[in-house]
Each structure stands twice: as C-alpha cells, then as structure tokens.
Design a binder for this molecule. Structure first.
Ligand code: HEM
Length: 472
C-alpha cells in the first residue's frame, strides 16, 4: 500500500463516510498538470507511467507532447480512437514501445505481430473463443475457485492474505485446465517466480523504450528478466514436446496452433512462433483477469454492501452448489460490479499505436513514428464522459443503462479488429470466480488504505493487495 498523497484528492468527498453510506470514492492517480523536464518524465515512467498522464487527457480529446525527438499524443476523443483503431488501422500499427516491452517474451505471436503475420494467427486461434463453447468451461473454473477457497480455509478466519498473487494463481489454474491443458505442470511452477522477475524490470523497459535507449543497455533486473524468459520458453517447449509425443486427440488451443498453416506459404508455424503464441495465451490469458479480480475484491472490501448483494444473488441463482454454464447470464449484479471495477481499474490501462507513414491526425500533420497513446484509464474516468467519474457505482452497468454507454467511452478490452480475443473468456471466468469467492467470503481492508495502481502493462497495486478474508 502506498501513500494516499500520490493519488488525486482534489475531488475527494469531505470524509470517508462514502465507504458505508454513499457511493465509494476512489481517487485517480494524480495527473500531470505541468510540463516536466526529461529527467522527471523518465523518473515517472520508471515509477508509474500513469503519473505522466496529463490532466488534459481527462478533460480534452487530444493532448500533444514531444519526447526524445518524437511526437507523442494521448487521444481520448471517441472519433479519434475510432480513426486509429478501426478506420485507419493500416496506418496505425503496434508501437516500437509495445515491441520493446512484450517482444522479448512474446516474440512475434498474435499480440505483438502486425499485418498479414497477425491476421492468420488471429484467424487460427479465433474459433476456440466462441462464447457458447467457452461457457462449457464454467464447472472447471468453479473447481479452480474451490481449490483457492480450500487453501484459504486452511488459514484462520479473518486472516490477512495478499490477494494479488492469489488471483494470479487461480486464473493461471483456470487457463491451464481449460484452454491450455498441461500448463499447470510445465509452466505453472514458474508463475509467481520467473514471471514476477520478468515483470519487475518493466518500468525500466518502458522508460528506456520511450527515450529510445538501445535494448541491449542493461538495467536493474535485466539478467533475471532474460533468465525468466529462457525458463518460460523452455517450459512451453517441453509442453509442446510432450503433446507431440502423446497426442490427446482434442481440438484445444495448443492443437489448433500446432496444426495451423500460414495461408501464404502453406507451412506450419515454426516452433519458435508456436512457442510465442502459447506464451502469449498463457500470459495474456491469466494476468489481466487476475488484476480485474484483485481490484474488484478491493472495491468490495471498501463497499461491502455490494459484496452482500453479490452473495445474495449467487445463492438465489445457484444455491450452494457449484456454478454451471446457465448461471452466468443470470448473475446480473456480479457482472455489473466486475464491469464497474474494470472501468475504475482497467487491467490493461493503456494501449498504443504508432504512425507507419507521414499523415495527419485531428487535422495536425504527423510524421511516421508518432506515438499515439490510448489511455483507457483516463478515458474511463474522463470528466466529460462520466458523471462522478471516480465513484464506484456498479448501477451504471444495469442492462438498460449500459446500452447507452457510447462505444469508445468504455473499452477495457480495446476496440477494432484487434479487440481482445479473450474478452468472452475473461468475462465468463471473472464472473464465475467472483461469484464463487464472494458467496463464501467477505473481505476487509485496513481503513483509509488507498493502493496506488501502477501501470506495468497490467494495472498492479503497489505493494500488493492485503485483504482480510472472513467466512460467511
Ligand atoms: C479482464 C481480462 C482482460 C483484459 C482487460 C484484456 C485486455 C486486452 C486489451 C485492451 C487488448 C487490446 C490491446 C491492443 O489492441 O493494443 C487485448 C488483446 C489481447 N488479449 Fe486480452 N484482456 C483480457 C483477457 C484476456 C484473455 C483471457 C486472453 C486469452 C485467453 C487474452 C488474450 C489477448 C490476446 C491474444 C490479445 C491480442 C489480440 C490481437 O492483437 O489480435 N486476453 N486484451
């Protein structure tokens, strides 16, 4: 937990009474309200890239800045976002910054590739993500939640746990018992170990990439990061080798990627690319959902009446038995809470694109290489788009009101053809885990604690998320 002072108190209600009576107020990270020199920008990038989000990004539609000899702009205007992500998607490609951050681990897989390379990989994986088929995973997801609850039950009632790694473990448990079976024995032992070492230096990577410092330049955590990369890739390679030696005959994600042929060359995916993609799905497929759950449990600890409503709803819909596929759509309150939590704490807080060629944006001429940042965090707390933007009000997502939210005002899963492929999976999983945990337990947090959300590709709570777990 970090100092409250690093968050924006300017919109604070006069006291903390909101925690029990009115809607809960959760301050945004302090926006940047002045021009900083390069050293200060570097330091902020290192600490938390959300701290260089200009105040105007929460109020205007576009903000320009120059950095390391290149233009950067933040866009929050819906029409501009549509231009970049949809209408002119061939002009605005994945950024060199994204490549610098994710490329070392994820290579040229579906998340990091562009153009034709991206398209066939996306088309290969897409059929695995059909909503109806994903619903059949609900009992397996509920079992993973039960395994976590059993671990919690071995501790004392009311014991404080760091919920953040617990959510990572449960969502990894889910991905490796559903889309990527076998992951628990091969990759599982490294999650929470090697993965953490890979995440820690992301601040340096981010700062280096923005200031165009060469990738070979070492920084704290550099060696460990590369060791983590080698270990993770070796673990995935051994999973692939095992499946090749003992095929299961199942049409799962691994099999589908291994069988796929590039339409241009007719060749199978080279082994390296297969590993890139499997690692992409292992990592993208659990880390973001874990963060969504961590922040949701935090919000429920601060606004316990919403936890009561969820528990009541789950009992009405599913009784005390395991959750089933048909229950998901009926968990309306649970869904609203999860969606509102992803508004205030978007698990992927920023997206970015880069102009491939010279052109224009919002009538301003831009050079090839201009960085376009789409700050989901600021869009979803934008002063003009939301009433009470920093208040936790799940009722905004009541079905009739949700339908009125403009497309580019709420976009935790991105938008356009590169919208998150795992969106339906993440929602089903998030709802099922949340429902299972909240039916069994209540959560409390030290009064007045305000964890700072830090952007490290995903949105992490600085210092973890200690919550006390009480049985219902
Ligand atoms: C709450 C959970 C999740 C959130 C908030 C989230 C968010 C996002 C966002 C914002 C993007 C777009 C990035 C961009 O366009 O620059 C994205 C892409 C992606 N996500 Fe997710 N994601 C979640 C869960 C998942 C899951 C469960 C999987 C896989 C099982 C997954 C796999 C991917 C992949 C492969 C891409 C790249 C898609 C492409 O470029 O075609 N995500 N995600």
């Amino acid at each position: 937990m970090t100092a409250v002072g690093s968050l924006d108190r300017s919109f604070a209600s006069p006291n903390h009474a909101a925690e029990t009576s009115g809607p809960l107020y959760v301050p945004r990270v302090q926006p940047l309200d002045r021009t900083l020199g390069p050293f200060s920008v570097f330091a902020r990038l290192l600490k938390n890239p959300l701290r260089i989000l200009p105040a105007a990004a929460y109020e205007e539609g576009i903000v320009w800045a120059a950095r390391a000899g290149r233009m950067v702009c933040w866009i929050t205007d819906p029409a501009l976002i549509k231009t970049v992500l949809l209408d002119k998607r061939d002009v605005f490609e994945r950024t060199s910054v994204t490549q610098r951050l994710l490329g070392p681990l994820l290579g040229n897989g579906v998340l990091t590739a562009d153009g034709a390379d991206w398209k066939w990989q996306r088309q290969t994986a897409a059929p695995v993500f059909r909503h109806h088929d994903l619903l059949s995973f609900v009992p397996l997801i509920a079992e993973a939640a039960e395994r976590l609850l059993s671990a919690w039950r071995r501790g004392e009632d009311g014991a404080t746990r760091n919920i953040d790694p617990d959510m990572t473990l449960v969502t990894f448990d889910v991905i490796s018992h559903t889309l990527l079976p076998g992951g628990e024995s091969h990759v599982g032992p490294l999650i929470g170990g090697a993965n953490i070492d890979f995440q820690k230096p992301l601040g340096w990577q981010m700062a280096y990439a923005n200031f165009r410092i060469p990738a070979w330049m070492p920084h704290p955590g550099w060696l460990k990061m590369h060791q983590a990369r080698r270990e993770l890739r070796a673990a995935v390679a051994s999973l692939v080798a095992e499946r090749r030696a003992k095929p299961t005959g199942k049409d799962d994600l691994l099999q589908r990627l291994a069988n796929a042929k590039n339409p241009e060359t007719g060749a199978h995916m080279p082994e390296e690319l297969l590993i890139d993609n499997l690692l992409t799905f292992f990592m993208a497929g659990h880390e973001t959902t874990a963060k969504a759950l961590t922040w949701t449990l935090y919000l429920l600890a601060r606004a316990p009446h919403w936890g009561e409503r969820i528990a009541e709803e789950v009992r009405q819909v599913a009784g005390d038995g395991p959750l089933q596929p048909e229950h998901i759509d009926k968990l309306v309150i649970t869904t609203q809470v999860l969606k509102e939590s992803m508004r205030l704490y978007p698990p992927a807080p920023m997206m970015s694109r880069q102009a491939r060629v010279d052109g224009e944006l919002a009538g301003v001429p831009i050079k090839a290489g201009t960085q376009i940042i789409i700050p989901i965090y600021a869009i979803q707390r934008h002063r003009r788009y939301w009433t009470n933007p920093d208040h936790f009000e799940p009722g905004r997502f009541a079905p009739e009101l949700e339908a009125q939210i403009p497309r580019y005002h709420y976009m935790p899963f991105g938008a356009g053809p590169r919208i998150c492929i795992g969106m339906a999976f993440a929602l089903i999983e998030g709802i099922a885990i949340l429902a299972s945990l909240v039916r069994a337990a209540r959560f409390t947090v030290a009064p007045g604690s305000e964890p700072e959300p830090i952007s490290r590709v995903t949105l992490r709570p600085a210092g973890g998320m200690p919550l006390a777990v009480h049985w219902r």
